[in-house]
Design a protein around this ligand. Structure first.
Ligand SMILES: [Mg+2]
Length: 342
């Protein structure tokens, strides 16, 4: 089965180390037997260290949001060999169908960059009528969920299909369709919001980020209810470092929030162990597939946050993850490559 192949296990994301640098305001006495270092020198060292971290952060922004193949040195490797390791989903369509025979296909679809193009204004990331028609057809055949970093209400307004499951805010806001064709009428409606206690903090951080980033032309902060997105689709690349610094200055006051990166977006969300992969597992369980093998999940996404779902499929040895990308990605966990739906 192809799903077992082609796994790149580079988990050393530079992001996880990027955020907090604290310097004590008072100089503590040097204990006997220890070498004292001047505060000036210490600060110089910390500045160099913080600067290196900031550079690593900006490099990571470039890697998440490649504008062309050679936009970062890490991507400038042999695209041919990458394509061999990550074959086109369209070219492998027959093998995918063969692998799913006798099993219930369950579809999971990211929204931005997967069903809709990445456009300059994230509020205008509309999906085409043709795409909506395709998704409607898919949902008639298979249970289908939209899994997005956006606020659930907003992604619903884009997709406008009541028959789907929706997992907004990176899976932190899950809702089943009102009328589930295969559900028990007496069963509780599926609603799940594992990060509700963070709502006030997210609101606060949203306001601070709006205020702090307003001096960076093109930066746009979006409140996604359980997480916040800082879009840099319209920020000149030479300003990315400045934006990263601004976001970091806000986040260092919030150790209970973490930062991840996507295509032209910085995502701020609670540190709870919940992501698109967990949402996928929750939805499979809600659909009654927790302890059986006769289902075949397919997850289609374009971003780093989708890798959490790809990883779950790989670890479970079930189904397929399909990456939507024009460019090689060094940190992708899973397999298939190229845009199957645009
Ligand atoms: Mg996406």
């Amino acid at each position: 089965m192809v799903a077992a192949q082609n796994v790149i296990t580079d988990r050393k994301s530079v992001l996880s180390m990027a955020i907090t640098v604290t310097v004590s305001a008072q100089k503590p006495p040097a204990p006997h037997g220890y070498i004292s270092i001047s505060r000036k020198k210490l600060l110089q060292n910390l500045e160099i260290s913080a600067g290196a971290r900031l550079n690593a952060w900006v490099d990571s922004m470039r890697a998440s949001s490649p504008t062309h193949i050679k936009s970062t040195p890490s991507l400038a490797y042999d695209q041919g060999s990458w394509n061999l390791q990550h074959p086109s989903a369209l070219e492998m369509f027959e093998q995918i169908i063969d692998a799913s025979k006798g099993k219930q296909i369950v579809m999971f679809l990211d929204y931005d960059g997967t069903l809709s193009p990445i456009v300059e204004d994230p509020d205008r990331a509309f999906m085409s009528k043709k795409m909506r028609k395709t998704v409607r057809k898919v949902a008639k055949c298979f249970p289908t969920a939209i899994v997005s970093g956006r606020c659930r209400d907003k992604v619903y307004k884009f997709v406008k299909l009541a028959e789907l499951y929706y997992a907004g805010s990176h899976g932190m806001d899950i809702k089943a369709p009102e009328k589930r064709s295969n559900s028990n009428r007496d069963s509780e409606p599926v609603r799940f919001q594992p990060a509700s206690e963070f709502l006030p903090m997210i609101d606060e951080v949203y306001k601070q980020l709006v205020d702090t980033t307003k001096s960076t032309p093109g930066a746009k902060v979006e409140n996604n209810k359980f997480c916040v997105s800082v879009h840099f689709r319209c920020v000149e690349e030479k300003k990315w470092s400045e934006l990263a610094q601004q976001v970091r200055s806000v986040l260092k006051e919030y150790p209970k929030l973490r930062l991840t990166q996507g295509r032209k977006v910085l995502e701020i969300r609670p540190t709870i162990k919940w992501d698109k992969g967990k949402a996928l597992e929750f939805l499979l369980e809600s659909l009654g597939y927790a302890n059986c093998n006769d289902f075949f999940p397919v997850y289609i996404g374009d971003d780093r946050t989708d890798e959490d779902a790809f990883k779950i499929l790989r670890d479970r040895g079930q189904g397929f993850g399909i990456l939507v990308s024009k460019f090689p990605r060094k940190q992708v966990h899973h397999i298939l490559y190229k845009n199957p739906m645009r």
